[in-house]
Write a protein that binds this ligand. Sequence first.
Ligand SMILES: *[C@@H]1O[C@H](CO)[C@@H](O)[C@H](O)[C@H]1NC(C)=O
Ligand SMILES: *[C@@H]1O[C@H](CO)[C@@H](O)[C@H](O)[C@H]1NC(C)=O
Ligand SMILES: *[C@@H]1O[C@H](CO)[C@@H](O)[C@H](O)[C@H]1NC(C)=O
Ligand SMILES: *[C@@H]1O[C@H](CO)[C@@H](O)[C@H](O)[C@H]1NC(C)=O
Ligand SMILES: CC(=O)N[C@H]1CO[C@H](CO)[C@@H](O)[C@@H]1O
Length: 322
Amino acid sequence: MYVFLWMIALFGLLLSAPVTAISSIDISNTTGIRALFLFKDVLESNTTALLTSGFNTLIIFSFGVLGNGDIVYYTTNTMTGGIHTTVASNGTYVGGAALADKARSYKTSPGSSVDRVEISMSSSGTAFQNVTALLQRDGAGPDTVLARNFGALRKAWTLDAFNNDDESVYDVASTLKLAEMLGDPDGAAFPHYTAAPYTNMRFWTAVRQSISASARLPRNYFDRVYLQEYDGGAGNDPATWQTALAPKTKDEDAVNMVPILWVTNDSKPSEGTTPAQADTRFRRWALSRAGISGGGYWNDYDIEKMKSSYIEYGNVLKAIFL
Ligand SMILES: *[C@@H]1O[C@H](CO)[C@@H](O)[C@H](O)[C@H]1NC(C)=O
Ligand SMILES: *[C@@H]1O[C@H](CO)[C@@H](O)[C@H](O)[C@H]1NC(C)=O
Ligand SMILES: *[C@@H]1O[C@H](CO)[C@@H](O)[C@H](O)[C@H]1NC(C)=O
Ligand SMILES: *[C@@H]1O[C@H](CO)[C@@H](O)[C@H](O)[C@H]1NC(C)=O
Ligand SMILES: CC(=O)N[C@H]1CO[C@H](CO)[C@@H](O)[C@@H]1O
């Protein structure tokens, strides 16, 4: 009886000791990225909730490029019926004061936890094809209409990064050219570049390497990967991606790996994650061998539609990613 109890106690110690040790090292080793994709029109979402729930990175979704280089914001706006708003044209910001004030306010509102705002370009339309055609026609210089449009939008909204959500085109050469155009300090001058992959590790590894090797771009320009962990990306192992994207030489930059979960949603309920489920998954990744730099969610529209709690989702990130 005594021996039996003693063995149980010892077994318990063996089980619990390593877990405690790993969690105290690796969880504090994360760099505390807490991200949220903004699918809901920024003029209609709950700004107070976005700024006071612990998120430090907001990624506005989504943007497209027209054949003439105009940049458009595709919205869920109920007033306009979800049609697009042109935000930059012929080298000038034309998106209006309401949108610019909103985007700027994310970082400047008193008490806001947000210190980084990104725009995301998705390949669900033909934006990447339009960009490729413009790059072929005009090149990637700072005086091209596309570079001036992106620069005007970055300035008007005080953007910190461009998020590449290519899910279908996957052309390394034009992806590098666009990245160089966006990062050109004399041109569009985006400080950072990020990606939101769900698959095609080989493509993103090539992009990471070519951006790292580009003489036109500053160090640590491509600094984050927001890795989709739902739908087509549900099986992604952040550690495997981390390894694939790790620097191969001393001169290459490392990229922060940030897994993204889809919040509770009524369009694909099986892909949804409650705050409690998110807590379990983020903790497991934070303890995994390669480590991650933070976590985040797709998306605010569903949080509001499902009447979920921004605070509960934000608290999960705050508890793990300090
Ligand atoms: C952080 O993680 C890296 C790589 O996983 C490791 O080499 C380093 O020792 C860790 N640092 C701390 C303070 O735990
Ligand atoms: C917006 O969020 C804040 C903070 O979470 C909350 O107090 C408020 O009720 C929300 N407003 C609406 C209209 O839902
Ligand atoms: C690409 O350009 C064409 C022509 O201007 C436009 O109809 C289309 O919507 C553009 N694609 C995107 C994703 O903006
Ligand atoms: C585009 O802007 C330039 C000045 O930057 C101006 O000369 C030209 O007329 C504009 N073109 C159009 C179509 O608005
Ligand atoms: C981001 C996203 O796809 N959200 C969807 C969640 O479900 C509602 C209702 O089916 C859709 O309208 C949203 O588009």
